[in-house]
Every structure is written in C-alpha cells, then in structure tokens.
Design a protein around this ligand. Structure first.
Ligand code: G4P
Length: 537
C-alpha cells in the first residue's frame, strides 16, 4: 500500500471516548451514532438496547448477573467518509482504573449530560482525567424531550463544576412537552423537532431562518419565538466565543442539545463534532535518549498498550492486550518489536473486539484500536513498533485507588495460587496490590478505584484460580506515593494515627490515610517529604 493511501486512511480517522454518569444516555447516543454509520461492526445495537448493553462486553458472569458492563469496549463505524472509533467506558458508578486508562487512548471525549440533572459525580471524575491530558471535550446535553434545567443554568453548571468554558453550538427551544427543536447559531436557523420512531434515522425536521421572523413564529409559535429571541440576545453577550484552538486545547467545550432516545440532534451533533475534531494526534516518545514527536502519518507502525483484559470470553480463556495505534499502518504479516523486552515478533490474532464478536484484522491504521492475544508479556503502557523505530511512549499513570480491603486467604495451602492470581489480576491493572512494609504476599491489601472491582477480584480468585478469599474493608480513602524515598527516613516518618505505610508491587513505598487532612499533616510534620497522588512509574 502506498504511503499516500496510508496517510489518507489515517487522516479520515477520529478516535474518541464517550463519558457520562450512568443513565445520562451514553448507550442510547452511541447506538444512534451507529445507525447513521450503518455500523460496520455492530455493537449488538440493532438487536435493541437491552441486548446491546450486555453484548458490549459480555465476558463475565458478574456483568450478566448485575446487568452492567464492567469493562470498556471499542466500536468502529463509517460516516460521511470518516472512520470513527468510539471507546466506550463502563456505564456503572463503580468504574475501574480501566475507565481512566481508556481516556489515554482517545484524542477527544464526548461528554453526555442529562439535561434534567446537569453535571453528575462520575462525569466530574472522568472529566478530571481529560483535563490532566488536555483532551478536547464535546458536550451533548441529552433528554431534552423531558423537562430540562434552564439552559443558562446548565451551561453555568458545566463551567462552575468542571471549570471549563462552554460555547453552545445550538440552543434548545423549550424542553419536555414544549420541546420544539434547536436554534443553530452558525446558520441562524431553527431546526424543528419531530418525535420519530425510536431507532430510525433522524425525523423529518423543518428548517427556517430566524431572519424570516414570521415564518419562524408560525413554525414554533409566538411564546417560544419570543423566548428564543430574548435568549439569543443574552447568549451573544454572555457565552464564550467559538475558538477552535481553545476547544482543541481542552479549555472550551462546544455544547449541543438533543434527545438521543427520540433521535433528535444526534446527527447534527455528529456533524459538528467531526468538523471540529482532529485526525489522530501526534504523541511524544523517547528515541535514543531524546524526546521526539511521532506524527501518525509520517512514521511506521507504532502503538502502546493501554489495557489488558483476561478471559474476555468464556469460549476463549485468554488474555488480550488492547493497543492504540499511534502511527503508520499495522500489517498482521509484518514483525513488530516489543520495546520492553526487545523481542521481535508477529502480533498474534490481531483483532477488533466488538460486542460479543471478534473480527480478525489484517490491517489497521493510526487512530485505530486493536486487541492482540497476550501470551503474558505485555504490560500496560508498553510500546510496540516497527523494528526500525526503537521508540518508547510515556507510561500510563497509575491512578490513585480510593477503596481498600485486606485480603485473607482462607486456605493457607493455596498460597501459591493466591500469589499467582493476585499478581496476574493486578498486572491487568483492574486492582492494585499493596503489602505492609515488612509484609509478604500472604497478607495483601487490595486498592481499587471503584468498589465493584472487589467483587470482580473475589469472583475471579474463586473461579479462575480456585482460591477462596475473605475481604475486609479498610477505612483508608487517600493514597500518596512517596516521591523522594531516598531522601527521607521512610521507617521513621512522623505520621498521623490513621496513617499506614505500605509498598506497591514495584516496591515503591506509599502511605494510606483515612482523610486528606492527615496527608497534609504528615507533609508538615516531616521536613523534605514529598507525596504524590499518581505514580508515573
Ligand atoms: P447510559 O448508557 O448513560 O447509562 O444510559 P442509557 O443510554 O442506558 O440510558 C439510560 C436511560 O435513559 C434509558 O432508559 C434510556 O432509554 C433513557 N434515555 C436515553 N436517552 C434519552 C432521551 O433522550 N430521552 C429520554 N426521555 N430518555 C432517554 P431506561 O428506562 O433505563 O431503559 P429502557 O427501559 O428504556 O431500556
């Protein structure tokens, strides 16, 4: 394949994560996207939402039992000449570190907000990670067919809660029973809402320019027209100006309104979104001791692992490493180099993992996500690239767990399996394992980002490793890595009474606290001590 073609393929790709608080409408919106795309890889969506929800990552009993999706998945579809990759994030409150890591593989994020609720807890958490990475955020305010909060209040909420400026691309005309459609600011037209058959393409809308006031009035009625004209005046004075650079820097979020369920405003949003997002972004890597920018279309194949998942499917008891391709073209026939071990190999069973089916791939391009069979050599953050490249992407940060349990092994004869299971599950990154400073692997503390992972851990220990464990929850909620262990006396730190010293799997010392205040107190009491919420190594 010519390099022109590779460039063309990369340029038409868009890779984004979709984030929201549970129930805001992420699944429904994703399904509607797929409808427009005539999804090349169906996420079970055409089978109806209930199936889709499970089908997305139907790999563990625990998910089925609770009807939730613990893992993230990837969907790809074509629309208007674009090849779009959506990284779905688990829709449950108890998400895991994987949710955060998934964001590391995206170039932008779509944030779905329920118009009657505004910004909710999970959105806030995920948003923090987007900010850390300067990921551009595109907001879709959903459920306008239900009574929504005042539009200005919604925008205010985003600005105050998330600290990001908003720029409405369109503006809702009423909500709930009075929902009439949206006003498009750029074209200055009113696009009317028509409640459509769920699941079909967007309904037939009428469009009229606001400059033709009488036509607009007869279309939406005097009351709505007066309100809209008043709001337009306020908006032009109050809202942030549209600025593509600010959007791409993650400082400004464009906002669209609609109703995913009734399929209004979805295609409008998609079109605006595609016009504003970029093709796959360059990333920095270390090459020969120096930092270098890897431009997707100017380089050979390179990718990094952002997620490892075991036992995706009962039929294939295996481990799959998910990679984001940063540059070039992936060719299943060609050898690649695993930088961490220096091994040159062919990636085994490269596949796109969609819903409950897997599709074996022979090629993929910068921006795409592929899953490969992992014989146990990949770790999160690893770089894989064409043998000639020899580059290393930055690692993926370890996010601070917020919940901790002490794990007791019920049968001490099972120690070996216990250590193996706990270590493997931790390597996949679903949980983090800590030991007391002087402790051994028989007595471990498990830390997780979302408490559901405790159940997943227990379930997997019992079902995959045949080891029964008891989990006792611990009161800690704050974890701090010691940044400079070599310059402080870790054994003799003066801490607070609620402080616990532990080590992570790499041997780094860290401290657990019940409250944030204690962490600060410990810094004050120990001159020179530096603590961090993330670990980069
Ligand atoms: P999530 O992935 O963000 O968790 O949300 P999901 O799409 O599953 O939607 C959550 C609920 O909100 C669903 O209802 C869904 O039908 C509804 N919903 C989504 N978008 C809209 C919208 O634009 N308007 C209205 N009125 N409702 C919307 P449910 O009752 O939980 O599920 P179901 O019984 O409809 O399947």
């Amino acid at each position: 394949m010519s390099s022109d073609n590779i460039e063309k393929e990369i340029k038409r790709r868009r890779t984004f994560a979709i984030i929201s608080h549970p129930d805001a409408g992420k699944t429904t919106l994703t399904e509607k996207f797929l409808l427009y795309g005539g999804a090349i890889n169906l996420a079970g969506s055409v089978k109806g939402k209930a199936t889709a929800r499970h089908a997305v990552s139907d790999w563990m009993e625990i998910e089925k039992q609770r009807g939730i999706s613990v893992t993230s998945s990837v969907l790809q579809f074509e629309y208007d000449g674009y090849c779009i990759n959506i990284l779905d994030t688990p829709g449950h409150q108890d998400f895991s570190e994987d949710t955060y890591r998934t964001l590391m593989a995206a170039d932008s994020a779509v944030m779905v907000i329920d118009g009657s609720k505004g910004v909710e807890a999970q959105t806030r958490k995920l948003f923090k990670v987007c900010v850390m990475r300067h990921i551009p955020i595109f907001t879709f305010i959903n459920k306008l067919d239900r009574d929504a909060m005042d539009t200005f209040d919604l925008l205010d909420d985003i600005e105050k809660e998330l600290g990001i400026a908003t720029c409405p691309v369109n503006w809702p005309i009423g909500s709930g029973k009075a929902f009439q459609g949206v006003y498009d600011r750029k074209t200055q037209t009113v696009i009317t809402y028509s409640d459509t058959e769920k699941g079909t393409k967007e309904g037939v809308s009428e469009e009229v320019s606001v400059s033709d006031e009488s036509a607009m009035r007869s279309l939406i009625g005097d009351e709505a027209a007066d309100k809209l004209l008043g709001e337009m005046e306020l908006l032009d004075g109050a809202g942030a100006d549209f600025d593509l650079d600010e959007i791409r820097a993650g400082n400004l979020t464009p906002v669209c309104f609609g109703s995913a369920l009734t399929n209004f405003g979805v295609e409008i949003f998609l079109k605006h979104f595609l016009a504003m997002t970029t093709s796959p972004l360059s990333r920095e890597a270390v090459s020969g001791g120096e930092r270098k920018v890897i431009v997707p279309e100017e380089n050979d194949f390179s990718a990094f692992v952002f997620k490892i998942q075991a036992n995706m499917n009962k039929a294939h008891r295996d481990r799959v490493a998910f990679m984001r391709i940063v540059s070039g073209r992936f060719d299943a026939e060609k050898e690649v180099k695993h930088i961490a071990t220096g091994k040159v190999m062919r990636l085994s069973q490269p596949q796109q993992i969609m819903a409950d089916e897997r599709k074996i791939l022979s090629e993929a391009y910068g921006g795409d996500i592929i899953g490969v069979f992992d014989p146990g050599i990949f770790s999160i953050g690893d770089t894989v690239c064409a043998p000639s490249m020899n580059i290393k992407y930055d690692g993926i940060p370890t996010f601070a767990p917020e919940h901790f349990c002490r794990v007791h092994l019920m049968d001490t004869m099972k120690r070996k399996q216990f250590v193996k299971g706990a270590t493997q599950i931790a390597q996949e990154g679903a949980i983090q394992i800590f030991t007391e400073l002087s402790g051994t692997m028989e007595d471990v503390i498990v830390g997780v980002v979302g408490v559901l992972q405790f159940d997943v851990f227990k379930y997997r220990m019992e079902n995959e490793y045949n080891v029964e464990v008891r989990m006792d929850s611990l009161p800690f909620e704050h974890i701090r890595w010691i940044v400079n262990p070599e310059s402080v006396d870790v054994d003799h730190l003066t801490g607070t009474s609620d402080m616990k010293k532990v080590r992570d799997m790499k041997g780094n010392p860290l401290l657990l606290f019940v409250n944030e205040w204690s962490a600060q107190m410990t810094i004050d009491r120990n001159k020179g001590l530096e603590l961090a919420e993330f670990s980069e190594n």
